[in-house]
Structure formats: structure tokens, C-alpha cells
Write a protein that binds this ligand. Structure first.
Ligand code: AHR
Length: 506
């Protein structure tokens, strides 16, 4: 048994939590779109071809914003191919994933899907094979009310009301050697600036994110962000971060250290952005868009990334997630909540089949992967202000990070309802944790609304089509509330969500 302590105070606030941190990502890759969210021949498809079972699971998952249409796919995409009558849409070679893209699903189908689910769309413009001209045309097509060739074309396509897309990504991973149309930081910074200027001229209400490094490990990491922002600082609102966690040495303890590396990553990029601001004598603060993150290392061989013969919607990177992956995803969510002052948007990559929390079979079932649960619970209960946590916990050392506290926690407080939610990981693999929590100034007459845990004695346990309920949340009976003080016994290797409401606050 280990003991830990967690203290928060109602007056010590990190920031209001931007609900867009609970975003996800739909790329034209593998089976994310085709046989994922869209499958007209599926018995459970609606009249537009959307899978209703996937829509129901997406609702339950609770994403607030969805990035689209890529990813690496974006850097070779012509948005014009995906609008207008479906019979006239061209089939194209997708050089990012060596597939044939049928374009039967495009911008308007995606917007309809988002609106049906009440999810905000986040769009990318192609800065790989294309540039500022196409980007400004695309914003005109989507957001301009009417009376111009492209906005009238949208009307002709059946969409009189502008899509009003607010958040736009200026390309994707432009530093990566794998990227179609890869650029140096100076080349990209210049084109991002000029593209942003034109897009804002068409619609001044949009927010724009410039590409940061593709990973924390890139050789140009840090220097890339510095040069890019040197060019486009005045025209962008966000810099993007991407990360895929790996259990490189099959060590769960080391794997957990990725959560601390993510925290470092966020703080480093905020520091780089602020140093550019300092050089420019600017008080503007660039915010962070963690618009691709997840666990991804098992389905990463060349055979997972590419299938021979230019197939359409092949099975690519269909990672099967286990119990320890779910804990790392929970830890990543905790980290982003604790950095709510800088991380304003984030996207779990991706939504369905392709490293997704939801899996489907073509013509068949859909089910929840293990990582579904921490995300759905964080989105459901993560409302309000994030409070600064003071944590006392024993720690361990690993190759991934020098000091890893067994307790990893975030506290979110919703002043309006009086509900405070504690998200906590016990990263000890063999010992239970006795956790004492003090919610100072948050009200003494409290009820315990939920005490949920996700734990499986076998860290490699997975959910499959045949056994979809192997790793599921259960109730933790060992949580007690006594005024402002709570005690909880957390299982070894567990994700926990404690929701408590104060009747009255002082
Ligand atoms: O999400 C899968 C791929 O990973 C994306 O297309 C790309 O942006 C990243 O490298």
C-alpha cells in the first residue's frame, strides 16, 4: 500500500477548461471514413449513408470538435473533388496512404455528420501540393454567405447556409520527410503567413493553427516552431503539437512516463512561442492545439501503413488497445486539463478503426476499445475551471522520465453546479494507493455522485468484437466523503473518476 495526498483550493485556478480539448480526428485513411463513419450499404446506415451504430457510439464518446480531412492525406487533397454530385466526383490516387480515394464522402457530408452530432468541425487546408489560392477559395466556398462564384456553388450543392467553420489548420506535419510537399521551416512559415492573410481576408472570424513539429523527437524540434512563428506569429492563433505514445520496451512503468513527457512537451512549446513573442515585444500569447495524440506503436509496420495494389479503404493501422493503453490515454487527458491555460484544442487521433476508440466491421458490429472509456468520462465530467493541484506522492525513475509520481491527477470544478471532479491515475503496478483529497473552500456539505474506476489485472487485456466487454469501467466502493475531505483507495494500475457535488458553498 502506498499513500498520496491531493490538495486543491477554490481560489487557485489554472484556467477555464476549453471543452475543445475533447476533440477527435477523422482522416481519409484506411477505414476511418469508409466503413467507419460512412457505409451506405450497412444495415444500420441512415439515408445519407452514415452508420447509426457509429453515430451512437460517437455521441457516447463525447468529442466536441473533429479535425478533418487529414493528416497526411490532406497534403495531396483537392477539396473540389469532394463536393457536388457524387456521380461526377473523381477517383484519385491518394499518395499518402497508397490507396484509391473515391471522394464519395467530402466536405458537405462531413459537415452534415458533425451537425447531426453537434460537434464542431476543424478543417485543414492543403499546403503540401497546393497553397494560399486554393485555401482562400475553400474558405469562400465554406463560409461566405453568397453572391460569389464559390459561395453560390455551395448553394447549388444544396447548402444555402454557410458552414461557418471557425477553426482551420494550415497544413499538416510540414516538417516530416514523409509529408507530401514537405517544407523547411522558412518555406513553411512564409506560406503559412500568406495563406493565413488570405483566409482571414475572406473570413476575419476564423482561428488558425500553424504546424508545429510532427513529434517531440524530430531533429528540428523547437527550432522549427521558433522559425515558423518568427514568420507567421501575427497571423496565427495556435501552434500544433502531435504525439503518439509507444511502449518501446514492453515496460508498463516506462510507458507511463510518456504522460510526463507530454507535460514537458506542452511547457517547452509554450516557452518557445513566448520567446518569439518576447523578441517581437508582443503580449500576444499563441495557444496550443494538440491536434493529434494517442497511443500508437503496435500496428506500425510497413504492412500496417500500406497495402499493395491501390485498394480503397484498406485496413490500415487498426491498433487494438489494451488496459495499459487506456491508462496512458487517461494520463494524457489529465495532462491536457492541467495545462488548460495553454492547450485550448486537442484531437484524439483518430475516431474509428484507424487508431480509434471505436472499431467496426464492414457490414457488421461496432464496439468500444479500452481507450474509449477515459475519453468519454473526461468529456462527460470535464466541465468548468481546472484547479491547481498540489500532489504528495511517492515516485519512481524510468528511462522515459526521471521522476514519475505514482499519483497523476487533475481536478475540474464547475462553479455553476457545485460539482467537482477528480481524475486520478494510480501508476503503481502492484500496490493499492490510499489517497486523501482536500477540496479547500469548495463546500462542506457534499454528496458523492460517482466513483468510477477502470482497472484490469491483466494490463494486456483488450476488447474485441467477440469479447467487447473485457475492459470496462466499474464502481469503486472505497471512496468516502467527509466534508471537504475525501479518501479513496485506488487499485494498482487504475484510472479513476470521482464526482462530488457541494450543496452550498461559502
Ligand atoms: O494519424 C495518422 C497519421 O499520423 C496522420 O495522417 C499524420 O498526420 C500522422 O503522422
Amino acid at each position: 500500500m502506498i499513500t498520496s495526498r491531493l490538495v486543491v483550493d477554490r481560489d487557485f485556478v489554472v484556467a477555464d477548461l476549453d471543452r475543445r480539448v475533447f476533440g477527435t480526428f477523422v482522416e481519409h485513411m484506411g477505414r476511418c471514413v469508409y466503413t467507419g463513419i460512412y457505409e451506405p450499404d450497412h444495415p444500420d446506415a441512415d439515408e445519407r449513408g452514415y452508420r447509426k451504430d457509429v453515430m451512437a457510439l460517437t455521441r457516447e464518446l463525447g468529442p466536441t470538435i473533429v479535425r478533418y480531412p487529414g493528416g497526411n492525406f490532406l497534403s495531396g487533397y483537392n477539396w473540389e473533388d469532394g463536393v457536388g454530385p457524387k456521380a461526377q466526383r473523381p477517383k484519385r490516387l491518394d499518395l499518402a496512404w497508397y490507396s484509391v480515394e473515391t471522394n464519395q464522402f467530402g466536405t458537405n457530408e462531413f459537415i452534415d455528420w458533425c451537425r447531426e452530432l453537434d460537434i464542431e468541425p476543424m478543417y485543414g487546408v492543403n499546403l503540401g501540393t497546393r497553397g494560399p489560392d486554393e485555401a482562400r477559395h475553400f474558405v469562400e466556398y465554406c463560409n461566405h454567405p453568397g453572391g460569389t462564384a464559390l459561395s453560390d456553388l455551395r448553394h447549388e450543392h444544396g447548402y444555402a447556409k454557410p458552414h461557418d467553420i471557425k477553426f482551420w489548420c494550415l497544413g499538416n506535419e510540414m516538417d516530416g520527410p514523409w509529408q507530401i510537399g514537405r517544407k523547411t521551416a522558412d518555406e513553411y512559415g512564409r506560406v503559412a503567413l500568406e495563406t493565413a492573410k488570405l483566409m482571414r481576408a475572406v473570413d476575419p472570424t476564423i482561428q488558425l493553427a500553424a504546424c508545429g513539429s510532427s513529434t517531440h523527437d524530430m531533429a528540428t524540434y523547437g527550432a522549427w516552431e521558433d522559425r515558423v512563428l518568427e514568420h507567421c506569429f501575427d497571423q496565427v492563433d495556435f501552434i500544433s503539437l502531435h504525439t503518439y505514445f509507444e511502449n518501446r520496451h514492453d515496460s508498463t512503468a516506462e510507458f507511463f512516463g510518456n504522460i510526463d513527457v507530454m507535460d514537458l512537451f506542452i511547457k517547452e512549446i509554450a516557452a518557445v512561442a513566448d520567446s518569439v513573442a518576447a523578441r517581437k515585444h508582443s503580449s500576444k500569447r499563441i495557444m496550443l492545439s494538440f491536434d493529434e495524440w494517442n497511443v500508437w506503436y503496435k500496428a506500425r509496420t510497413i504492412n500496417d501503413l500500406r497495402k499493395p495494389g491501390w485498394p480503397s479503404a484498406p485496413r490500415l493501422i487498426e491498433e487494438v488497445y489494451n488496459a495499459e493503453d487506456a491508462l496512458v490515454v487517461g494520463g494524457a487527458l489529465i495532462t491536457m486539463m492541467n495545462n488548460a491555460d495553454r492547450v485550448k484544442t486537442a484531437c484524439l487521433a483518430q475516431l474509428v478503426n484507424v487508431i480509434g476508440p471505436i472499431m467496426t466491421e464492414p457490414g457488421g458490429a461496432a464496439w468500444r476499445q479500452t481507450i474509449f472509456y477515459p475519453f468519454s468520462q473526461a468529456s462527460k465530467f470535464g466541465h468548468g475551471r481546472v484547479l491547481k493541484t498540489v500532489i504528495e506522492s511517492p515516485a519512481y525513475e524510468a528511462e522515459t522520465f526521471p521522476e514519475i509520481a505514482y499519483l497523476c491527477a487533475a481536478v475540474v470544478d464547475d462553479r455553476a453546479s457545485g460539482t467537482t471532479t477528480i481524475f486520478a491515475l494510480n501508476r503503481h503496478l502492484t500496490d493499492e494507493m490510499d489517497l486523501s483529497i482536500e477540496l479547500r473552500g469548495l463546500g462542506v456539505e457534499r454528496t458523492l455522485d460517482h466513483a468510477l474506476e477502470l482497472h484490469h489485472p491483466n494490463m494486456k487485456a483488450v476488447n474485441t468484437r467477440e469479447a467487447p466487454l473485457t475492459v470496462v469501467p466499474t464502481t469503486n466502493e472505497n471512496v468516502l466523503v467527509d466534508g471537504e475531505k475525501l479518501t479513496a483507495r485506488l487499485k494498482p494500475g487504475s484510472w479513476n473518476v470521482i464526482v462530488t457535488t457541494a450543496a452550498k458553498r461559502g
